[in-house]
Design a protein around this ligand. Structure first.
Ligand code: SF4
Ligand code: SF4
Length: 332
């Protein structure tokens, strides 16, 4: 049987060793049901997830809930919504207790005196034109003014088919703002005309993402294997989808046979009782899912499938490192 040490040289083995001790146990929390934008294609609103529960307003209940989550073994809280920055007290309840990551549209600045090193992922859906169509405004103008040069913030750039040939312009703007960027693909949950991926567009965007990583390695946090996985939806000859997805809420996961999955993962609604099916839209057809974190996690939980060759295992390490950088378990 092939072993990790037989496949890796000293350099790669050390990289493997650094990540293999991390033991990341994440869960996702809807901090609020409200948002200061209403993007076309927002998985939260388009799937009605904002209506399934009433948000808990008692901060003491949030604190107790978070402590119970820590007792359950969670060591990474991913805060989403709605827009978490509408509720800084709830962010603080997490921040004071465990490593936390805040997804935001960047229109309200996280108070850096209160949250000096909170990792912030700022959503961006394309250039000014796309953002106005999909989100009603040029969010970058505001978010880049709020976060320029911030060492604990990066852009989460959701690429749409309309962005083909334009990604470099965006990456340069982000570089010029002194920030990093991670790329993922739009799933177009609300079927906006012209924003659904065609096969040839996925091939083209993969090449473009690879080129961006080659040209801007200090700015782009990514890996070519991740680009391959997210654009083809295939890993080690297997198709991504419901039967393979690692990011299903554990108590709701009745799949047989059980695929490799994130241990203890739950996506909680903001009433602190209701849970959602998975890390993204409750109603999305899994065959159309392009969720970046789910694809990343799919690779990460399938180490054994990547032990056929040195290259496969190096690919696995790079994806794991990318995830660990994005959630600040290892430095950029
Ligand atoms: S900013 Fe985020 S949560 Fe708000 S509507 Fe847009 S995608 Fe949804
Ligand atoms: S929509 Fe995506 S993340 Fe959710 S269960 Fe389906 S494949 Fe997984």
């Amino acid at each position: 049987m092939k072993t990790v040490s037989s496949l890796l040289d000293a350099h790669w083995y050390e990289r493997y060793r650094q990540i293999s001790k991390l033991n990341i146990r994440s869960s996702i929390y809807d901090v609020t049901d409200r948002c200061n934008l209403r993007c076309k294609g927002c998985f939260f609103f388009s799937s009605g997830e904002h209506e399934v529960a009433r948000e808990e307003k008692d901060i003491g209940k949030w604190e107790t809930f978070i402590e119970n989550e820590m007792a359950r073994g969670v060591n990474l809280a991913i805060l989403i919504g709605g827009e978490p920055t509408l509720c800084p007290d709830r962010i603080e309840a997490f921040y004071q207790r465990l490593p936390s990551f805040c997804a935001t549209n960047g229109q309200i600045k996280v108070d850096r005196k209160r949250f000096p090193d909170l990792m912030v992922g700022i959503s961006l859906w394309g250039d000014e034109e796309d953002e106005k169509i999909l989100r009603g405004k040029d969010t970058f103008a505001v978010s880049s003014a709020h976060y320029a040069g911030d060492a604990n913030a990066y852009y989460l750039y959701t690429i749409t088919p309309k962005q083909l040939g334009k990604t470099e312009k965006i990456i340069r703007k982000i570089k010029d703002a002194g920030l990093k960027v991670h790329m993922q693909l739009l799933s177009n949950d609300e079927g906006v005309d012209g924003f659904s991926w065609q096969a040839e567009e996925l091939t083209a965007i993969r090449a473009e993402m690879d080129a961006m990583l080659d040209r801007y390695p200090e700015t782009v946090i990514s890996s070519k294997y991740y680009h391959q996985i997210i654009t083809t939806g295939r890993m080690c000859g297997r198709p991504f989808g419901w039967l393979e997805c690692p990011s299903v809420t554990e108590p709701l996961d009745k799949r047989q046979p059980q695929p490799k999955r994130l241990i203890g993962f739950i996506r909680w609604a903001s009433d602190l009782r209701t849970t959602h099916r998975c890390c993204t839209s409750e109603t999305r057809d899994c065959r159309t899912c392009k969720d970046g974190a789910a694809h990343m996690s799919w690779v990460m939980v399938n180490k054994r499938a990547h032990m056929n060759s040195t290259k496969d295992l190096q690919n696995w390490i790079e994806v794991y490192e990318m995830f660990a950088k994005l959630y600040r378990f290892i430095p950029w």
